[in-house]
Design a protein around this ligand. Structure first.
Ligand SMILES: NC(=O)C1=CN([C@@H]2O[C@H](COP(=O)(O)OP(=O)(O)OC[C@H]3O[C@@H](n4cnc5c(N)ncnc54)[C@H](O)[C@@H]3O)[C@@H](O)[C@H]2O)C=CC1
Ligand SMILES: O=C(O)C1=N[C@H](C(=O)O)C[C@H](O)C1
Length: 272
């Protein structure tokens, strides 16, 4: 196929980076044109395919993101908050669609990314799967329908290599619940219970994080009232679904104007 938009994958040796390379190889609507890793990483200077333990691909892993982005129509980025902020500036300079899966972003990171989105398309989501994005819509609707007699708790479980908590997905779900309630998440969020905490505050949205083994990602939104509970649950058992969502976003963004978008926009779940 001709005219495939070219994609650069950042953090290419990572769990998501390698999954993205495999998913790119399995389709023909986008083509991999570059692979970026952090300076000093073993893979820099090597052929990507060989580094991944397979056949040569002709794509050399680089730590020069600016040069790599210059020939790309999209950058897919699952790295770290500091790296992502730097890539947002560079992707905007290259006018490449920047798909951001990185989580653990602080408000300062987000405002730098939003600045870059004035000049280029930025699509950011703490979870790129259809199921989780649909779950945010359901969570908002359930929260809208119930009053604060229903305690809301978000519980997430991930593998033992995850470095941020609560997960980006848990925060998306908490945000959706707060929106449904018509409150600001910052005002009601309860993120760390330990010791004599006192009784739960009415209206709070609580977060709990479990870490262990190789769990890909599991999220429950619990609505608990006297005598009954509703549990909305998503279980991810394969990282490929996040990678496929990111590829879909990279394609979707090709004909959009500069701005900050999310997966609800990409999936057409944003209205109502
Ligand atoms: N939005 C979503 O659907 C999903 C988001 N994530 C998030 O994506 C991020 C990455 O997750 P994993 O792949 O599991 O982590 P990982 O630790 O396996 O991979 C991160 C990669 O980024 C690289 N990196 C760090 N700084 C860099 C720099 N300055 N330049 C280039 N590369 C750099 C690291 O060397 C590493 O290879 C995390 O924030 C995670 O929470 C993960 C899965 C799905
Ligand atoms: O780090 C991960 O692995 C994941 N991170 C994302 C998050 O923080 O929610 C998405 C997914 O749950 C896997």
């Amino acid at each position: 196929m001709t005219d495939q938009p070219g994609v650069v994958v950042t953090g290419v040796s990572g769990r998501m980076g390698q999954m993205l390379v495999r998913e790119l190889a399995a389709q023909d609507r986008l083509k991999l044109v570059g692979a970026v890793e952090r300076a000093g990483h073993d893979w820099v200077g090597g052929d990507l395919g060989t580094c991944m333990g397979g056949a040569e691909t002709g794509v050399t892993v680089t730590d020069d993101a600016l040069e790599a982005f210059a020939s790309a129509q999209a950058v897919i980025d699952f790295t770290t908050p500091d790296a992502t902020v730097a890539f947002a500036d560079l992707a905007a300079q290259a006018r490449a669609v920047h798909v951001i899966g990185t989580t653990g972003l602080a408000p300062e990171h987000i405002s730098r990314i939003d600045k870059a989105a004035r000049h280029a398309v930025v699509i950011r989501a703490g979870n790129m799967s259809l199921g989780v994005n649909l779950l945010t819509v359901l969570t908002r609707k359930v929260a809208e329908a119930l009053d604060a007699d229903w305690d809301i708790e978000v519980v997430e479980t991930h593998h033992n290599r995850k470095v941020d908590a609560p997960s980006g997905t848990a925060l998306m779900l908490g945000e959706a619940a707060a929106q449904g309630r018509g409150v600001s998440l910052d005002a009601v969020s309860d993120r760390g219970r330990d010791g004599i905490t006192g009784a739960r505050k009415r209206g709070d949205i609580g977060f709990s994080a479990i870490r262990g083994g190789d769990v890909v990602g599991e999220h429950d939104v619990i609505f608990a009232a006297a005598g009954e509970r509703i549990v909305l649950r998503h279980i991810a058992s394969d990282r490929a679904l996040f990678a496929r969502g990111a590829l879909r976003a990279a394609l979707w963004g090709q004909d959009k104007g500069p701005g900050a978008y999310d997966m609800l926009d990409v999936l057409g779940l944003g209205d109502d």
